[in-house]
Design a protein around this ligand. Structure first.
Ligand SMILES: *Cc1c(COP(=O)(O)O)cnc(C)c1O
Length: 344
């Protein structure tokens, strides 16, 4: 198989935006979605009264395409992202993107930018960003009558250059990213805007990210910045159950892998004090798969929970990490049926 690739420094890609050749768009107007439009423009023309701009009527997704040793490009669980985007759309009363349109848009965007899919072995991948927003004009607070759906891609490096590096996290009690009956369980920009004050404060303090607690009681672990939290103890993978957590596809996949490996799994509220009992903790999501946590600092009580005393990620986290990226890059058998080859 002859693979043509653009000339990029694949081994040193940042996790950031790099211009590719094309992106795709579809517009919902007069009750129907338009045919997919292919463009090389990096810009959109948005009405000044679009509901997305004023009232935050928008949602996004993030998934990746990986190049295997065989040169083929594979997508990881794209249908899960499609379903989640439907749930996000319903959560802020937007027109849901049909599964078939989502599929066509994502596969087309990858196919048209195939030469930007990083080579196998570089640790890099092609990040895919679907975006849906209210583009119809309204001044009063109500759902738009028109929607724009677009998909762009960008080659990204591994979140951690030079291997998986444990990070420090800061517990946060003075900011809530989402309320129990709010929008924490859907992927909408408003949650990110609400989390920025805490994230910037944590970063300024030298932390990798922030550990949010449940908004009602501040007793339980909620999200870990823009990722889900997990802890490992007694051969058990424990992850929080909460109505304000975004259902991570990575987390769900790690649970399935753990289960198959004979590691017990639990999804339940995790009291802050339980941090003391974990042997390993980590954050998980598409960008980094797993970010092991070295230390969790509670600035209000002065407590410090330490995990990777030798500076290395824990063995269970690494076992799960290696298995999942093995499946994604096609090095391990796709025993769960998660991968779809993009025919180019
Ligand atoms: C996207 C996201 C995640 C991770 O979900 P994945 O499907 O694993 O990428 C976790 N938390 C939040 C808040 C998110 O927006």
């Amino acid at each position: 198989m002859h693979v043509i690739m653009v000339n990029l420094d694949w081994n040193n890609l940042p996790f950031g935006y790099i211009k590719t050749d094309h992106n795709v768009r579809s517009y919902f107007r007069n009750g129907e979605w338009s045919k997919l439009e292919i463009t090389d423009s990096e810009h959109i023309n948005v009405h000044i009264a679009a509901t997305a701009l004023h009232y935050g009527q928008e949602s996004f997704e993030g998934l990746k395409a990986y190049r295997g040793r065989d040169g083929k490009v594979r997508l990881f669980r794209w249908d899960e992202n499609a379903k989640r985007m439907i749930s996000s759309a319903k959560g802020v009363i937007m027109e849901p993107v049909p599964m078939e349109l989502f599929r066509e848009a994502v596969f087309t965007a990858v196919r048209l930018n195939e030469k930007f899919v990083p080579p196998h072995g570089s640790g890099a991948s092609l990040y895919i960003r679907p975006l849906l927003f209210g583009s119809g004009a309204e001044v009063g607070v109500k759902p738009a009558a028109e929607y724009t759906f677009l998909v762009f891609v960008s080659p990204v490096g591994p979140y951690f250059k030079g291997g998986v590096k444990p990070v420090n996290m800061m517990i946060c009690r003075d900011v809530d990213r989402a309320a129990p009956l709010g929008t924490g369980n859907i992927k909408v920009g408003g949650n990110y805007a609400a989390s920025l004050r805490a994230i910037v404060k944590a970063r300024d303090g030298g932390y990798g990210n922030v550990l949010f607690l449940d908004a009602r009681e501040k007793k339980y672990i909620d999200e870990c910045g823009p990722a889900n939290f997990f802890g490992i103890k007694n051969n058990t993978y424990v992850t929080p159950l909460s109505s304000s957590i975004l259902p991570s596809i990575t987390n769900k996949s790690l649970i399935a892998i753990a289960d198959k490996m004979g590691i017990k799994t639990e999804r339940r509220p995790i009291p802050v004090e339980e941090l003391e009992e974990f042997e390993e903790t980590g954050a998980c999501g598409t960008a980094a798969v797993i970010s092991p946590i070295a230390k969790i600092v509670d600035p209000d009580t002065g407590k410090i929970y330490e995990y990777c005393k030798d500076g290395k990620p824990g063995p269970v986290s690494m076992k799960l990490f290696n298995k999942l990226i093995g499946i994604q890059y096609g090095d391990e058998p796709d025993e769960f049926g998660w991968m779809t080859v993009v025919e180019v």
